[in-house]
Design a protein around this ligand. Structure first.
Ligand SMILES: Cc1ncc(COP(=O)(O)O)c(C=O)c1O
Length: 398
């Protein structure tokens, strides 16, 4: 057999998916026979089903014949609706042709980085971060330049450090706010400072705004809203998180740069031809229909966040700030790790096997995640109470 490509081993992954596979196996083979189960406090998707009006719109579309290819960048009605929605929160006059609808938000990461990065080019990625930016950059032979998001700065970047890290090879900065995994929301001041550096150094920005409607305190401020940025920014957004539609796979890229929009469309044509037809109609209903379910889900997440933050801080050796956005919580476990002489990954493994609760090590999100474990608060209050009770008992027994 001839070899696989040289770049294949450089492709990373989203370990959250493999961790869940292993955990399910452990639950089936070890816990279930003993009448036990795992409490899942790591989940990166909404803890609600898709609102009924959206599901009904998808079913209706299917019954009415949305079973064919659509134009590659999406049906015109949806592109217009996305343009209007994005214009609404950025103040940029986006039009339908500035929007490329794809299957989930993730392809926009792959397409944007592919469109820009040659071997040796540098990509600035705040860290800890969603792992796919790094995976795709390394796959293409690009160099990842991580900028530490520190807990004491509320997981906001140090602009001085960012400025120093820019070189003649820097091409792209990835700005994900609200951030996965920290729940940090970048301040307007910091977003403006990043934009200033991007303009001064002629850089592109990938603005991952998939959690932009999940802000508990303060407001999301889009980098694209700053004059001079919409032409050098690709906004990534979609239905997965806001509308609890992870399984429908609808996301989009929005940019005022015509060549970039064409490149995104061309990648999509090579990759998927078009997003699924009936899910585009469901997405249209999600965006243009009533928004009260979104508000209800957000209020519920906020309650769960407050509960989880309180319970975590009652566990000896665990501490966290209250995150301002998304639905994640980074918990500092350094004290516990030092006491036990283990890594965050080993701690999560022990918590799974001995306390039967699943959480993720911060290292899954990059080099600066090693003091942390990540929880999510999408689970029910009942599950959060049960899971944290188990973790507290486990830690107290050490
Ligand atoms: C920061 C971030 N960007 C993008 C995505 C991908 O979203 P989608 O499921 O729509 O592909 C996720 C999903 O977890 C995410 O956390």
């Amino acid at each position: 057999m001839k070899n696989f490509s040289k770049r294949l081993p450089r492709l990373g992954t989203e370990n959250a998916f493999s961790v869940i596979g292993k955990a399910k196996k452990f639950e089936e083979e070890v816990l279930k026979p003993e009448g036990k189960h795992l409490v899942y406090l790591q989940i990166g998707e909404p803890g609600f089903d898709t609102p009924t009006n959206i599901t009904e719109a998808g079913i209706k579309a299917l019954k009415e014949g949305a079973t064919h290819y659509t134009p590659t960048p999406g049906i015109p009605e949806l592109r217009s609706a996305v343009a209007k929605k994005t214009g609404g929160y950025t103040g940029v006059a986006y039009e339908a042709e500035d929007v490329v609808v794809v299957s989930g938000g993730k392809p926009i990461i792959f397409y944007t980085i592919n469109a820009l990065i040659d071997a040796g080019d540098e990509v600035i990625i705040f860290n800890p971060s969603y792992p796919i930016y790094e995976s795709v950059t390394e796959y293409l032979g690009g160099k990842v330049v991580p900028i530490h998001l520190r807990e004491e700065n509320d997981f906001n970047p140090d602009i001085g450090e960012l400025a120093k890290s820019i070189t003649s090879k820097t091409k792209l900065i990835v700005v994900n706010t609200p951030e996965n995994p920290t729940g940090g929301v970048f301040t307007e001041e910091n977003v403006r400072a990043i934009a200033k550096l991007a303009i001064e150094n002629d850089l592109w920005v990938l603005a991952d705004e998939i959690y932009n409607e999940m802000v508990h305190e303060g407001e999301h401020f889009s980098i694209a809203s700053i004059p001079g940025m919409a032409e050098r920014t690709v906004i990534l957004n979609g239905c997965s998180k806001t509308y609890a539609m992870t399984g429908w796979r609808i996301g989009w890229g929005v940019t005022k740069n015509k060549e970039m929009a064409a490149a995104l469309e061309q990648f999509s044509c090579n990759d998927i031809s078009c997003p699924a037809a009936m899910t585009q109609y469901a997405a249209l209903e999600a965006i243009t229909g009533p928004q009260d379910e979104v508000r209800k889900m957000l209020a519920e997440y906020r309650k769960r966040r407050d509960l989880l933050v309180k319970l975590v801080n009652e566990v000896p050796g665990m501490k966290c700030h209250s995150p301002k956005g998304a639905f994640y919580l980074m918990v500092n476990v350094r004290e516990l790790l030092d006491k036990l002489g283990i890594t965050a990954a080993e701690l999560c493994d022990r918590i799974m096997k001995e306390a039967n609760v699943l959480i993720l090590p911060g290292t899954v999100f990059g080099v600066f995640g090693d003091d942390f474990v990540r929880f999510s608060y999408v689970s029910t209050e009942e599950n959060i109470i049960e899971g944290m009770g188990r973790i507290k008992k486990f830690v107290e027994s050490l």
